[in-house]
Design a protein around this ligand. Structure first.
Ligand SMILES: Cc1cc2nc3c(=O)[nH]c(=O)nc-3n(C[C@H](O)[C@H](O)[C@H](O)COP(=O)(O)O)c2cc1C
Length: 161
């Protein structure tokens, strides 16, 4: 375990399985992080342009795929997409009261294939439950590489996976 464990934020883990040369190890979200992610209606997604200009947006159509993968549906994203095309690194933050996490990773965009089609169906179903019409243009697949605690207190800023 290369990083000190967080007391307040709990522990998560790094996965070196199937790692190819030059790749980042995947970081695994623990049960608590996954629950918090799923229970929050909206999370915050940050990207940056090639020149380093930051961009931050709220997103609600998001899902956990597995311990190291997050999916975000793109209905309205614009600068975010341009940033990801130029620079795939992204960060997410989410919190509940004073417990919070920052998740960093690399993003790829899928606009066809089974994962996109499933996302499109999910967003279509969600759209039908509202009085607005919206549809998915793509699925952002974020592979988690680092997880930090952002809870105020002794663990603030500590890397936990
Ligand atoms: C509460 C809330 C939830 C949102 N959820 C999503 C979402 O899941 N997917 C999406 O594409 N846009 C979503 N949006 C809209 C984007 O955040 C918004 O269009 C943003 O301007 C895109 O910015 P960009 O051009 O910087 O990428 C949401 C906005 C709000 C206020």
């Amino acid at each position: 375990m290369p990083f000190p464990l967080s007391i307040y934020c709990g522990k998560a883990s790094l996965s070196y399985a199937n790692l190819k040369t030059g790749e980042f190890p995947m970081a695994n979200m623990n049960q608590r992080i996954k629950e918090l992610f799923q229970n929050k209606r909206v999370i915050v997604l940050a990207t940056a342009s090639k020149e380093g200009i930051p961009n931050v947006v709220p997103v609600a159509m998001k899902k956990i795929i597995d311990d190291e993968t997050i999916l975000i549906s793109d209905q309205y994203l614009s600068k975010t997409l341009k940033n990801i095309e130029a620079n795939p690194r992204a960060a997410i933050t989410m919190w509940d009261k004073t417990e919070g996490y920052q998740i960093k990773g690399t993003v790829s965009i899928e606009t066809s294939g089974p994962r996109f089609e499933e996302t499109a169906r999910w967003v279509e179903e969600r759209s039908q439950t509202t009085n607005r019409s919206f549809r998915s243009k793509g699925a952002l697949i974020l592979k988690v590489t680092e997880i930090y605690c952002v809870s105020p207190g002794p663990d603030a800023g500590r890397r936990i996976a």
